[in-house]
Design a protein around this ligand. Structure first.
Ligand code: DGY
Length: 314
């Protein structure tokens, strides 16, 4: 019987699906991810690994696997996997793009509206009993989204889904990416994007070229009235530089779904800032999308084990 290792808490019905397909399954069952030691011990005789972004699949883990044919990740991002090393060992890698594009783009738009129109701040105000003045024309003023410039860094699937939404909101879209794309938006260099955007959205994957792509230098170029939105990976922003800029009012606000360290610690200074909206890495977190991600990742895993074509392979 072939064996698969599931190294994060996964849906029971999909674990059953794997068993019904004749596989022996060893599955981790806690929201706290397993240690590297546990993964190394259990991967040694596994034919397939189903992992998520909470697992670091580095050389050491890959070397511990003696018969691994496939790594299937329950994510579109794959910065947690040493892809080149795995490929050098003839291990195939599956991932889950496309199925989470709309959910993630929706969340990004939610963040844009939330931070621009101070929605979360308003909710806090009421909950903490601080709505103690009648309606006045200057109360809780936010920033209009309609007619503003959206600057998208990266132009993959999520970038394109953002363009569609931005048009509906009457925004002008500019973008920067490695190459010019055939999209209904203006291709600009990164400096111009930083200077001209009212809302900067990061829609890149994390790799050595995007690590801290938003740093002190980038933020210095942004308008004081601008907002920064990130639902990609925390490490694309230098969080220390951003926190400092927010405290000094160098930009108006930020909305972040991802962080350099997750979960963020309770003493992270971002938590204290009013002009920041924070969500706990929920870009793809809808019932529908997580089911699609489960289906794709499980089918990728089965295909990898059987030597068949995966739905999405790196
Ligand atoms: C991913 O898939 O990479 C997201 O960060 C979680 O869905």
């Amino acid at each position: 019987m072939q064996k698969v290792l599931v190294s994060f808490r996964f849906f029971n019905e999909w674990i059953k699906f794997l068993k019904d397909n004749g596989l022996e399954v060893k599955a981790w069952d806690s929201p706290v991810p397993p240690s590297k030691i546990w993964i190394k011990e259990n991967i040694s005789d596994a034919d397939g690994l189903l992992c998520s972004l909470v697992n670091r699949i580095d050389r050491e883990v890959i070397d511990a696997a003696k018969k691994l044919k496939v790594i299937s990740t329950f994510s579109v991002g794959y910065d947690h996997i040493d892809v080149n090393y795995a490929k050098s060992k003839k291990i195939r890698i599956g991932y889950t793009p496309e199925v989470l594009t709309d959910a993630t783009a929706d969340l990004i738009f939610g963040l844009i509206l939330a931070v621009a129109r101070r929605i979360v701040e308003g909710d806090r105000l009421i909950r903490f009993g601080k709505w103690n003045q009648p309606w006045t024309p200057d109360f809780m003023l936010g920033t209009e989204v309609n007619g503003k410039v959206l600057g998208i860094v990266g132009m993959g699937r999520i970038g394109k889904a953002l363009i569609k939404r931005a048009k509906g909101f009457g925004m002008k879209v500019i973008y920067n990416s490695r190459t010019k794309k055939d999209v209904d938006a203006e291709f600009v260099d990164l400096d111009y994007l930083a200077k001209e955007s009212d809302f900067v959205v990061l829609a890149v994957d994390l790799n050595p070229t995007t690590y801290h792509i938003v740093n002190k230098d980038f933020i210095e170029k942004m308008k004081r009235s601008a907002f920064l939105i990130n639902a990609s990976r925390g490490k694309v922003i230098d969080e220390t530089a951003l926190t400092e800029a927010l405290k000094l009012g160098k930009i108006r606000g930020a909305a972040l779904d991802v962080f350099e360290e997750e979960p963020i610690s309770s003493d992270n200074p971002l938590i204290k800032l009013e002009n920041v909206v924070l969500t706990p890495h929920i870009g793809s977190a809808t019932y529908e999308t997580r089911q699609k991600m489960a289906e794709v990742s499980v089918k990728n895993l089965l295909a990898g084990i059987k030597g068949e074509q995966m739905i999405y392979e790196l």
